[in-house]
Design a protein around this ligand. Structure first.
Ligand SMILES: [Zn+2]
Length: 207
């Protein structure tokens, strides 16, 4: 197929994808009722990763599997499926994603992530109902950190939970164990990470 035709076909497919997903995603009430915004604000304040009042917001993604990622604009995305877990677990996941941003793991992969932006269009609504999420990068790509980066992010998340959420390491171990049992065969995001046993050993070494 000549290049011109391939490009036209790609544009057509992209346009039809965008059209199909035009219906706005409405965050379910049970998700809205959760204190995710408070947890997020607490975590970013504590990690002092963004300047005061300039931090991006947290977005909810319609995905039914537990998943989370931080995009190239340092926005944290949580799937609806993540809300099967309790607030402490969500706090850990948010702190973990913010840690990736703070440790500049995201910037290192800008080139890869930007290449996927616009292909994976997901409509989403910011938690209090303000603003629209107009694009999301492919989580499979954005979550493709090295194992070393995952351990670093877990360690920083662990410190944030201990110092700001008053959740000690032994409770954090329980959080990781609950994620392990709650995501059996979930695949995707969690497959990108080191094994649960290794992650637990890693945070146990947090001073
Ligand atoms: Zn991670």
């Amino acid at each position: 197929m000549p290049m011109k035709k391939i490009i036209l076909l790609a544009i057509f497919l992209l346009a039809s994808c965008a059209h199909q997903q035009a219906a706005p995603y409405v965050i379910p009430q049970y998700v809205k009722a959760r204190s995710v915004e408070t947890l997020y604000n607490k975590a970013i304040f504590c990690s002092s990763v963004y300047g005061a009042g300039t931090h991006p917001f947290v977005f909810i993604n319609p995905g039914k599997e537990p998943n989370a990622w931080v995009d190239t604009d340092n926005k944290v995305h949580l799937t609806e499926g993540l809300f099967r877990f309790d607030d402490d677990t969500i706090a850990f996941v948010i702190a973990h994603e913010i840690a990736h941003a703070k440790l500049k793991h995201v910037r290192n992969r800008n080139a890869v992530s930007l290449a996927t932006t616009g292909v994976f269009m997901v409509a989403g609504v910011f938690i209090p109902g303000i603003g629209l999420l107009n694009h999301a990068v492919n989580p499979a790509v954005t979550n493709n950190y090295s194992k070393v980066q995952e351990y670093e992010a877990d360690k920083l998340a662990s410190e944030t939970l201990a110092s700001c959420f008053n959740i000690p390491v032994d409770k954090q171990v329980q959080i990781l164990q609950s994620m392990q049992s709650g995501t059996i065969d979930a695949g995707g995001f969690w497959d990108q990470h080191p094994s649960w046993a290794d992650r637990i050993e890693n945070i146990k070494q947090t001073p």
